[in-house]
Design a protein around this ligand. Structure first.
Ligand SMILES: [Zn+2]
Length: 56
């Protein structure tokens, strides 16, 4: 996988579980672009925030 912004290959990946969904945060060390995916599917920031919101 490469950065969608600069095609850089130095990426940091951090796994998170939000509402029982596995989300991986990718961060590019070169241009600092961040994006998320859920089981290979790209997830928008809005969706991530929605998943991270705790509703009681
Ligand atoms: Zn980049």
């Amino acid at each position: 996988m490469t950065c969608p912004n600069c095609q850089g290959a130095r990426l940091v990946q951090i796994g998170l579980t939000l509402k029982e969904r596995k989300v991986t945060m990718h961060s590019c060390s070169k241009c600092d672009t961040r994006w998320w995916d859920n089981e290979g599917q790209r997830v928008g920031l809005t969706n991530v925030l929605e998943m991270a919101t705790v509703r009681r």
